[in-house]
Design a protein around this ligand. Sequence first.
Ligand SMILES: Nc1nc2c(ncn2[C@@H]2O[C@H](COP(=O)(O)OP(=O)(O)OP(=O)(O)O)[C@@H](O)[C@H]2O)c(=O)[nH]1
Ligand SMILES: [Zn+2]
Length: 296
Amino acid sequence: MKLAEGTVIGLIAGYYDVETAAGIVRTRARGVFRQKKQKPAVGDHVEIQIDDKGMSYLVKILPRVNRIGRPAVANVSHVLLVISAIEPDFSLELLDRFLTFFSWQKVRVTIYLSKADLIDDKKFEQISDLLSYYQKIGYPVFTNYHDVQKQIPGMIDKDQIWTLAGQSGAGKSTLLNHLKKDANQATGAISTSLNRGKHTTRKVELFKLGKGFLADTPGFSSIDLTPIKINELCNYFIEFKRASKNCKFRGCQHLKEPKCEVKKLLEEGKIMPSRYDDYLAMRMEITEGRMPEYLK
Ligand SMILES: Nc1nc2c(ncn2[C@@H]2O[C@H](COP(=O)(O)OP(=O)(O)OP(=O)(O)O)[C@@H](O)[C@H]2O)c(=O)[nH]1
Ligand SMILES: [Zn+2]
């Protein structure tokens, strides 16, 4: 019996394709996962066991950083967030929701403004202006499809897993299809006696792109912030978090505390008012334990 470690790069009809140092191995998950109510996901780092008959089993899920989206992808390090300029309308509120959610999930975000070709120059200037704030606080921003196609592969570091996210209709599938043209199908060459996957549709898989992977999933379009602990929410607004080192009180929530650096920067116009408003709205949402009706 042999043991090996690898990364799940494909999930198809109950089989898990695991990339190991010795190549891709098609495995089944051991029943023990069902008992423990665990489910391996694409992106998981796992241990596999190959028995004397050459049967391969996924036996252990190694600790994961996160597990997000539907279908789920584990250990996502980066999201390429597609935000449309129009159809659906550009929304800072939505952008902030996504950014907060991913910050909470320890996922880095790159922003891509889609459908910029559908708006006039004036509107484009307006939106670019707003996005430049996000660039300044640390989020890479693209407003042009060609730049994305050229630069994203170079931004994907070794073994990183990237996935797409954005509102329904924002243009995720469109972008994915373009990026896939540059990607190599990671699971293309499987040769094992267990290969009965020929005629089944793959559900989730990772494509090799850059030095890592891009998930071939539709990404996700709606998010729930209510499980976030209210006192931790401020940590997920990255510029608030940075500023909070200079707040008088540790654990400052930037509400009515004296000598609050976030409030000071807000008053000086260095923190964008809509960011602060969205912070307050999310606090409300978490307190009430439900998403606002219009976002459902
Ligand atoms: N003009 C223009 N149209 C675009 C662009 N990106 C996407 N579209 C169009 O917008 C529509 C929605 O795009 P999709 O890629 O299906 O959007 P999606 O985010 O995958 O949507 P869901 O599957 O509902 O989550 C399609 O008709 C696309 O052709 C763009 O950059 N410019
Ligand atoms: Zn503060």
